[in-house]
Design a protein around this ligand. Sequence first.
Ligand code: ADP
Ligand code: GN1
Ligand code: MG
Length: 357
Amino acid sequence: MAFDLKKIYAAFAIDDPFVNAVPYGTGHINDTYKMDCASTSYIVQRLNTSIFRQPELLMDNFQRVTAHIARKIAAEKSDRKTLQLVLARETGKPFFRDEENNFWRCYHFVDQARTYDILETPEQAFQAAAAFGQFQCDLADLERLNETIVDFHNTPSRLRNLEAAIKADRCHRLAKVGKEVDFVMRRAADCSVLIDLQKKGELAERTTHNDTKLNNVLIDPATQRAVCVIDLDTTMPGLPHYDFGDMVRTGTSPAAEDERDLSLVGMRFEMFEALLRGYLSQAKFLNPLEKELLPFSGKLITLEIGIRFLTDYLEGDVYFKTKREDHNLDRCRTQFKLVESIESQLDAMKKLNASIR
Ligand code: ADP
Ligand code: GN1
Ligand code: MG
């Protein structure tokens, strides 16, 4: 669908002539545009409101999180950044609804920084993980946020959704994924490990990002430092493992999330080590049990996202944006290949983790 971005521009309080706006980034959920004005640039997004069903509550989180981090940055006088929203001209709200009820928001473009879909060096991994660790620290004293998607990282519930999709087999695709379904069912017991510990009161809820795909942090290519954590739509109550696990999922493989040549997919131990050291350099609040479970979380979250790609494939590609036939199945297969690679190195990962104080 083509939108008149100049009209959207006019809805926000920007006093800088519009130049142009082009689709931007590789996110799977929202529609993102880079908007250039005469003297500066902005990110404009159309929020996916069939996924984020209460966008006002989400934007309430967004404002609270960015204001909280901005206060911390000002107090420490550092040069790191947080997202800075632009308010709507008429309402003063941090969003604009157009006539078709599309939900738009706008924030400042962070210059001299870029995202990497595949991390290139352990230094980048260290810096990105430190930034997400610091993000969790920054939010440790924030009041409980709204849940923008309930049960987002409830892996048993993700498994139940898969089971329902298998049963319905709406698109007659089940015959093609027997191997993948078996792969999941053999690991069903893993799915409830973290949630069960939380239910027993052994793991405590914290405020977490919940979508720490490594392309959700902006890195300065000149200094290699992570400058800004982005994509705050799922920042809400969670377990720190959800964040660390997703870093392992997206930061350790040298192959793209949708790579078809599975021989290229695998966990690079040196990247895991860099992520772990980077994250632990900031996440000083972790108790011993939380820390012990970090390597396992890499396996669990990779399995969980694989389950979600498989479910979406069976349901007819209704959730994640796809660009080609079987795209979600390709994504699912890379996740499961990565799970196997993590499993084969899990002992070494745990040993390394135990050796870091
Ligand atoms: P999605 O939820 O669809 O993943 P994101 O919020 O992650 O959307 O934005 C998509 C992409 O846009 C990011 O991966 C990043 O490349 C770019 N981006 C987002 N916000 C900014 C920003 N403030 N400055 C520069 N680039 C940004
Ligand atoms: C989505 O929005 P994006 O592309 O950063 C998804 C994550 C998945 C990820 C898989 C709200 O993240 O949960 O891990 O795709 N976000 C949502 O690449 O579902
Ligand atoms: Mg994103």
